[in-house]
Design a protein around this ligand. Structure first.
Ligand code: PMT
Length: 223
């Protein structure tokens, strides 16, 4: 039943948000539920892929049939899990909302209220997608996401080029029913040359199917 067009393909998907600890009880996080990434993993398994899912902390059960499930918290842990497995992958999709910044210092003990304010100093996390793009081997398909609240198309094309992705799935996260947390998403595929394909509001499962239709086409062109 259905397409088995990922048979024999190794597919790595990242999902969910990362957590950047401040002290043993506090962290900086974001609103990613993992639904988009888990829908992609479900679709890839259904189509016969050998699927590795690297997930931040989310409230979803991993889909059955995965080749590997790796749970991570911090962006640096996600980077390690993804980059160590990337060379053998045919397809990599970065649906995770990776924290761009982490606290410079992580307190070993819980920070007390004390008297004054607590000023945070944040430093940049590694950009996993950009590293993957720089290391991409011929035949490998790399797909990024772009969560934007404005200038979606201009930012997406620039992001695809700069990060070496075959295409970027851009979602306007300020739109109702789209982006973080919802069961639906309204996305535009943006290619490095500026070409775009826009989809109507669809369930995240349907968005996942459209993404793999595009990926399978790209895999075919590489051969
Ligand atoms: O999880 P859901 O609730 O279903 O929500 C889905 C989603 C909105 C999280 C998803 O559709 C989405 O847009 N994911 C990417 C969110 C994001 O971090 O966008 P960005 O524009 O900040 O990053 C661009 C790309 O670079 C992404 O592919 C991201 O995974 C990647 N990135 C970003 C920062 C970083 N340090 N390393 C990265 O690899």
């Amino acid at each position: 039943e259905g397409k088995r067009d990922l048979t024999g393909r190794k597919v790595l998907i990242t999902a969910g948000g990362t957590r950047e600890p401040l002290d043993p009880v506090r962290f900086i996080a974001n609103r990613s539920s993992g639904k988009m990434g888990y829908a992609l993993a479900t679709e890839a398994v259904r189509r016969g892929g050998q699927v590795v899912l690297v997930s931040g902390p989310v409230e979803l059960a991993p889909p059955p049939g995965l080749a590997e499930f790796i749970r991570v918290e911090r962006a640096e842990e996600m980077a390690e899990a993804v980059l160590s497995r990337a060379p053998e992958m045919d397809v990599i999709i970065k649906a995770a909302a990776v924290a761009d910044f982490r606290p410079v210092q992580v307190a070993e003990q819980k920070v007390k209220k004390g008297d004054g304010d607590w000023v945070l100093h944040l430093q940049k996390n590694p950009d996993i997608l950009a590293i993957l793009g720089a290391r991409k081997r011929p035949g490998q398909v790399l797909v990024g996401f772009a969560a934007e609240t404005h200038d979606l198309l201009a930012n997406g094309a620039e992001k695809a080029r700069r990060k070496g992705a075959d295409f970027i799935v851009a979602n306007d996260v300020s739109r109702p029913g789209s982006g973080f947390g919802s069961d639906t998403n309204e996305v535009t595929f943006i290619f490095p040359d500026g070409a775009t394909i826009s989809w109507p509001l669809l369930s995240k499962q349907e968005v996942a199917a459209r993404i793999f239709d595009q990926i399978v086409q790209l895999l075919g062109e590489e051969e």
